[in-house]
Design a protein around this ligand. Structure first.
Ligand SMILES: [Zn+2]
Length: 148
């Protein structure tokens, strides 16, 4: 019979591993956004979607199941699509994990200061992530100064 302390420890390790992947992908998306100055909001979402779609967390069944176990948004598919996916071809782990992983990455990006619905650039003058699509910095101290 399993020792509950060792089971807790195992879950802790797997949860940590999952959120390492969430952080890793969020860091990658943020770095891409800061590098590609020509990208707009649609480009950012496209890059995010493709990255999530290509992630092992979503592709491999075992990892997809782990994703759903540890995700903070295991019901994201239902939230986004309004109904659960068909299971006629087997359990759609990857489809469920796609939305869960994506929602965790989006939440982590928010904690890094990037809102994917309204992504801002870092201002070259005040170094805040506060430059909108029109190129204006929203920081009071330097309103009107454009980013590089
Ligand atoms: Zn500024």
């Amino acid at each position: 019979m399993a020792n509950s302390a060792s089971v807790d420890k195992a879950h802790q390790v797997l949860r940590q591993d999952y959120f390492d992947d969430v952080r890793g992908l969020a860091d990658d998306v943020l770095a891409w956004w800061d590098r590609d100055q020509d990208a707009d909001r649609d480009g950012l979402v496209e890059y995010l979607d493709e990255s999530v779609d290509g992630a092992g967390r979503v592709i491999y069944t075992g990892q997809a199941i782990e994703c759903l176990r540890y995700s903070e948004h295991d019901d994201a598919y239902l939230d986004e699509m309004g109904e659960l996916p068909s299971a006629k071809d087997g359990m759609p782990w990857s489809q469920l994990a796609y939305f869960a992983f994506r929602a965790d990455v989006i939440e982590h990006l928010e904690s890094l200061g990037l809102d994917v619905n309204d992504p801002k650039r870092v201002c070259s003058a005040c170094s805040e992530r506060s430059v909108d699509e029109s190129g204006d910095c929203e920081t009071l101290e330097c309103a009107g100064v454009a980013a590089e």
